[in-house]
Design a protein around this ligand. Structure first.
Ligand code: HDE
Length: 704
């Protein structure tokens, strides 16, 4: 278990101290914005008791006007998000590759703010939709802000930024009726995909379980583009950035995500917030794939093409540092909404490449903040302010918060002692040689679109592939236009004939008769989530179902054993309050079962106690809880009489513990315990829980 899994106080860094200067606690008398104390904020000033409201009621007018202007445009993409502060620390100096201060000083903790997001939905849409997740990090370095604005998938839908408005228009709700919200399963997106095959590699990722992460704490991040590190000597190294979560990369299942969308639309946001409040801080390792400039053309794809990965087996990901998120924002709007990322926010030692997607982003992010945040002074907003000194001749504009002194706001000057002057160690752009004709033409090296889609498919575990096939069937099955479905199937046939045939069968399209291109058979094990970390139950949430007459001692022992490894156990019962246990003690109920559902837990245990189990075996919500958890491949367990509840639930035939059996009987991830050492049961259950889900399970006839 990582060192950071021990309790730690939030960092209290430079950014935190800076923010202290603007934090407000509402501890004073009510005033107007001009500081005048208010006598009454419930009744407007009127001419007589039943008369009209008077214009001179400045308090009413100010209160209402401010309210009328409370909204700002939501982000055109990535509108729905959640964020947190933390810090980043490099393991060892990377001076060989970069002169960036925050990457060369292992003693330095650089404050960060990370915003996670979905892409297509509006600000109020559900968290668990099938979508790419944004993973944007602002490093408040001593040399200025550096933004690594990435996603949880390593490639993108398009190669040239000029296609971005087309792509986003296609995926967003359709313009005539604004349906569907936060969904890619509709005609316009798949119409675009069928006509623009460069999207296909990314569509494979989007149809995979990566698009429905269990938690922001359990998903990878990628810078996507090839960037460039530059060292003191001005030498460049090409680099791809990776974030790897220390808890492993894990997903939900599709049926579960749809149900969570109703039961708890804030599922991922809440998970991030709660885990930080609990002191269980999300952690990610920063990794780099480093490619010497001399190897730029050593690959069978173009490093400037953002629809391609460098397989980790070809260029390994070197872990270079760790990020810990240890503080929730104080105010969602002020911080998470107003944070403004920009791919061109770089610091000395980090530079761009000519990836045409990246080049377009370097224009778009600044442009979009001007409309979203209302003018050119958005960098002065508290969350955006660097901890590095700011000094320039930019002046005025809406919302100017600085009071610049002196007569000069131009360069060069003598009247202001030549300030601000050009200082030491400035940002200097990498001296890349560029020449060529002015043309509108996609490079020939960008022309191949299928081989890495096949690589991705070949790398998936059986269950991942099955989920991907169902996802294609679901999404295309929602498209009303048959020609749209057919066109996509034709493209899938160039990725893998079996996949195309399986998808086709599910959506009423004739399977392609012949194999278009033979599957090259190559795979990259690093692409499978099955190969991510699965040896920890840290922060996993376990529901224990109980009722009056529960064996409380057993529940408390289980809670203690799992809590020792960082898991959370909640007791759910048909009612809130307390349960009278079999030994007469009272057991506190954490939540009434009707306020939650299996889909918001990682696992379920049915407690022992004859009366408790008998009641639960007659309680539909409890039976559904168990069946649904089983259906969603979650660890399920029962102790003593609780086993009877599993027997009453609509599960397939399973071997369950009986008298004389070992302390834990495990069948298809269902762990039962009827006697023997409870510690052995705890260990067996924790092992299944650490595996996240039990994919090798017979769920076909479970009606959940
Ligand atoms: Fe973005 N993107 N993007 N994008 N993007 C925005 O900026 C854009 C792309 C990403 O939490 C916008 O402030 C263009 C790739 C994230 O605040 C906008 C292109 C990747 C976020 C914009 C891309 C991303 C955004 C909308 C193609 C992964 C949320 C509001 C040329 C590497 C940041 C805003 C946050 C947000 C433009 C492609 C990630 C309009 C033009 C590739 C995580 O500027």
């Amino acid at each position: 278990m990582s060192e950071a899994f021990r309790d730690r106080e939030p960092s209290g860094d430079d950014k935190d101290r800076q923010l202290d200067g603007v934090r407000e606690d509402s501890a004073n008398a009510l005033t107007t914005e001009t500081g005048v104390r208010v006598e009454d904020t419930d009744n407007s000033l009127s001419a007589g008791e039943r008369g009209p409201t008077l214009m001179e009621d400045f308090h009413f007018r100010e209160k209402m006007t401010h309210f009328d202007h409370e909204r700002i445009p939501e982000r055109v993409v990535h509108a729905r998000g959640a964020g947190a502060y933390g810090y980043f620390q490099v393991y060892e100096s990377l001076a060989r590759y970069t002169r960036a201060d925050f990457l060369t000083d292992p003693g330095l903790r650089t404050p960060v703010f990370v915003r996670f997001s979905t892409v297509a939905g509006s600000r109020g849409s559900a968290d668990t939709v099938r979508d790419v997740r944004g993973f944007a990090t602002k490093f408040y370095t001593r040399e200025g802000n550096y933004d690594l604005v990435g996603n949880n998938m390593p490639v993108f839908f398009i190669q040239d930024g000029i296609k971005f408005p087309d792509f986003v228009h296609a995926v967003k709700p359709e313009p005539d009726n604004e349906i569907p919200q936060a969904q890619s399963a509709h005609d316009t997106l798949w119409d675009f995909v069928g006509l623009q095959p460069e999207t296909l590699h990314m569509m494979m990722w989007l149809m995979s379980d990566r698009a429905i992460p269990r938690s922001y704490r359990m998903m990878q991040g990628f810078g996507v583009h090839t960037f460039r590190l530059v060292n003191e000597r001005g030498e460049g190294t090409l680099v791809k950035f990776h974030w790897k979560p220390l808890l492993g990369t894990h997903s939900l299942v599709w049926d579960e995500t749809q149900k969570i969308g109703g039961k708890d639309p804030d599922f991922n946001r809440r998970d991030l917030w709660d885990s930080i409040e609990r002191g269980q801080y999300p952690e990610y390792e920063l990794g780099m794939q480093l490619v010497p400039e001399s190897d730029e053309h050593a690959f069978d794809f173009d490093l400037l093409d953002p629809t391609k990965i460098i397989p980790e087996e070809t260029v390994p990901v070197t872990p270079v540092g760790k990020m810990v998120l240890d503080r929730n924002p104080d105010n969602f709007f002020a911080e998470t909404e107003q944070i403004a990322f920009h791919t061109a926010n770089v610091v000395p030692g980090i530079d761009f490449t000519n990836d045409p997607l990246l080049q377009a982003r370097n224009f778009s992010y600044l442009d979009t903040q001007l409309i979203r945040l209302g003018g050119p002074n958005f960098q002065q907003l508290p969350v955006n302010r660097p901890v590095a000194d700011v000094s320039n001749n930019q002046r005025d504009g809406y919302g100017q918060h600085r009071v610049h002194r002196g007569r000069t706001s131009y360069f060069p000057n003598s009247l202001g002692s030549g300030c601000p002057y050009l200082g030491e160690a400035p940002y200097s752009h990498y001296a890349e040689r560029v020449d060529g004709d002015k043309i509108r033409k996609r490079s020939e090296s960008f022309k191949e679109h299928y081989s890495q889609a096949t690589l991705f498919l070949n790398s998936l575990a059986g269950w991942e592939r099955a989920h991907l096939t169902s996802a294609f069937q679901f999404e295309l099955g929602k498209c009303e236009t048959m020609a749209v479905r057919e066109r996509v199937v034709e493209h899938l046939n160039r990725i893998d004939h079996t996949l195309a045939a399986e998808v086709a069968r599910g959506i009423g399209v004739a399977p392609p008769a012949t194999e278009e291109v033979a599957n090259h058979g190559r795979s990259s094990p690093a692409l499978s989530q099955a190969n991510s970390v699965t040896d920890t139950i840290y922060s996993r949430q376990v529901a224990v179902l109980a009722d009056e007459g529960v064996n409380a001692a057993e529940v408390l022992r289980l809670r203690e054993a799992l809590a020792a490894q960082g898991a959370l156990v909640e007791v759910l019962a048909p009612h809130d309050g307390q349960l009278r246990a079999v030994d007469g003690q009272m057991l506190a109920v954490d939540r009434a079962m009707h306020t939650v559902a299996s889909v918001v837990y990682d696992a379920v245990v049915v407690a022992g106690g004859a009366d408790s189990a008998a009641a639960l075996a007659e309680y539909g919500l409890a039976l559904n809880f168990v069946a649904e958890a089983f259906k969603h491949a979650k660890p399920v367990a029962a102790t003593h009489e609780g086993v009877g509840v599993l027997e009453a639930a609509p599960l397939p035939h399973l071997r369950m513990a009986g008298d004389g059996d070992p302390a834990a009987v495990v069948d298809q991830g269902v762990v039962t315990h009827r006697g023997g050492d409870p510690a052995e049961f705890h260990t067996a259950f924790a092992r299944v829980l650490a595996g996240h889900r039990v994919w090798d399970r017979d769920t076909a006839r479970v009606p959940a």
